[in-house]
Design a protein. Structure first.
Lengths: 117, 428
């Protein structure tokens, strides 16, 4: 099992959702985060106060998948998140020790594999 | 005090003018709630820009072209740059012409702001400023002359109390043309583009309704019977629109929606705008109820098309204004308005006069706006790049955000500004 973490532009989040759907990845969570990569920083002015915005809005997807699904998941996030400009984000794949589906108590592979209702 | 000035009338018109001016920031709030959060400020700023630009063009030539003389198609330049606009009463009224000028200016302003609803979230701010300046003269001032200033519609007998022609139909059909020329937002039809704050939408609509009492109640330029009638009709008509809209929402989706209610308030206020001083309170209530139907239908239909007339100016203003103008032709009542009867009271000719306005105004507004935007587009880009559109117009066009947190913001001292300032619109 792996945890795939994808950090993407908020405006690409819907594209990522669509790509994940097409790849038949059904379970994930997403959160709004702020981050800083190599992108050009925005300079904003508020009534004479000029600031350089070091953090950009990003959306963080977390997808727990069985090993056989890692490749499709990473490809889907890449496909949905890419615009070709600096600031498209990163994907991290980290090992996952243990997972439990709270409703049933299923654990590990069983917990991250979608079930038909 | 000049002879011919009535103090009561003048006092009311001073208040009414301020009420109508407030409608433009209210519209900005209404529109800002309907867009995505990254475009909040830009959308609001288009309304603020209308106050800036249209006031200047109105003082320069717009007022004169609309209200100087009785030319069929256009007024003269006798009042250009406020020449001769002073404390003497405006012809046909008991208020100083200065007040009359200011009151009419607020109408021009809000009409320009209304059109922005068609192009929000993608049109460049600079291009909008140019458009607003030219449109306020070429479309608004001309149609205001036709309907209010002594042009061919007014002299031909068309009744338009507070601006079904120059405000509502002009903005609605110009919005359609603007949406076609500027083009749809890039995600239109592929992604759900949702309103980001329904509370702004409701509050904006409520403040618009409040201001509309000055808009309609002031359009008699007095405290006379037509003004009083229009004032009370401005309460009755939108309330009936709301009730019918609730019913339509219930039938269609089993729930009464907040944004639907805000839309209904606008539709009802628009419908009573041309008819306010001409129809009885009873007919005004029927007008409000019936006006909900075509506007509701157009909103439902429009979202299934490729046309991204983003904030439904055509449905809310063009359609309801069209409906209100025609309604006068049926139900105007000389017993109430002292001017003319409609078809229902035996004067079929009035319906003909109304139909003429309902045909001429949309065609003029659509064609001139279409050509004007094509010409502006030949000189400068009308819309932001796809990349900028994705980032949001607030940061790209204004260098500000509506919901800035300050986290990660590094203060730049005056000496640093310019060294590190890489405009976000021009990365690299």
């Amino acid at each position: 099992m792996k945890l795939v973490i994808g950090i993407v532009r908020p405006e690409q989040a819907n594209q990522v959702l669509e790509a994940l759907h097409r790849a038949e990845v059904r379970g994930f969570s997403m959160s709004r985060v702020q981050g800083h990569g190599g992108e050009v920083e925005r300079v904003e002015t508020y009534r004479g106060t000029t600031v350089q915005m070091g953090l950009s809005e990003k959306v963080r997807f977390e997808v727990a998948v069985s090993d056989s699904f890692v490749e499709q998941t990473v490809a889907a996030i890449c496909e949905g998140g890419r615009t070709g400009e600096v600031g498209d984000g990163k994907i991290f794949v980290v090992p996952l020790d243990h997972a439990v589906r709270i409703r049933t108590g299923d654990s590990d592979e069983g917990a991250v594999t979608p079930v038909s209702r | 005090m000049n002879a011919g000035i009535d103090t009561g009338d003048t006092a009311w018109m001073l208040v009414a003018t301020a009420l109508v001016l407030m409608m433009t920031p209210a519209l900005g709030l209404f529109y800002a709630g309907l867009v995505r959060s990254k475009n909040t400020l830009n959308t609001f700023m288009m309304s603020i820009a209308a106050i800036a630009v249209a006031t200047v063009t109105w003082a320069a030539v717009g007022y004169s072209l609309a209200f100087d003389g009785n030319g069929d198609l256009i007024g003269g330049l006798g009042n250009a740059f406020l020449s001769g606009v002073d404390f003497a009463p405006r012809e046909g009224t008991t208020i100083p012409e200065l007040v009359f000028f200011a009151f009419q200016a607020t109408f021009c302003i809000i009409t320009v702001a209304l059109v922005s609803g068609a192009v929000v979230e993608r049109m460049r701010f600079g291009a909008f400023l140019v458009f607003a300046a030219l449109w306020s003269v070429l479309v608004y001032a001309v149609l205001a002359h036709w309907a209010f200033g002594g042009g061919w519609l007014l002299s031909g007998g068309t009744l338009d109390f507070a601006g079904g022609v120059p405000v509502e139909m002009a903005s609605g059909f110009s919005a359609l043309a603007a949406a076609l020329v500027v083009g749809a937002r890039k995600e239109w039809g592929r992604q759900a583009l949702l309103p980001h704050n329904a509370v702004y939408v409701l509050l904006g609509a409520g403040l618009l309704w409040f201001g509309w009492f000055g808009f309609n109640g002031g359009s008699g330029f007095s405290t006379g019977q037509n003004s009083v009638l229009a004032f009370t009709n401005t309460l009755l008509c939108p309330a009936c629109t709301l009730v019918v809209w609730f019913a339509l929402d219930l039938i269609r989706g089993r729930k009464v929606t907040a944004i639907g209610a805000a839309t209904a308030i606008i539709v009802g206020c628009v419908a009573i705008t041309p008819a306010g001083g001409y129809v009885s309170p009873g007919w005004a209530m029927l007008l409000g109820a019936l006006a909900a139907l075509p506007s509701y239908a157009i909103i439902v239909w429009r979202t299934r098309t490729r046309v991204d007339e983003t904030l439904d100016v055509l449905a809310a203003h063009g359609t309801a204004g069209f409906f209100g103008i025609l309604f006068i032709g049926f139900f105007a009542q000389a017993d109430w308005n002292g001017v003319s009867d409609g078809l229902f009271y035996g004067n079929a000719a009035q319906l003909g006069d109304q139909a003429l306005a309902a045909l001429a105004a949309p065609i003029y507004a659509f064609v001139v706006t279409f050509v004007l935007l094509k010409l502006i587009g030949a000189v400068m880009p009308l819309r932001a790049s796809d990349r900028e559109e994705a980032m949001g117009m607030d940061v790209v066009q204004h260098g500000e955000e509506a919901y800035v947190t300050g986290e990660g913001a590094i203060l730049l001292l005056p000496d640093d500004v310019g060294k590190v300032a890489v405009p976000v619109a021009d990365p690299g």
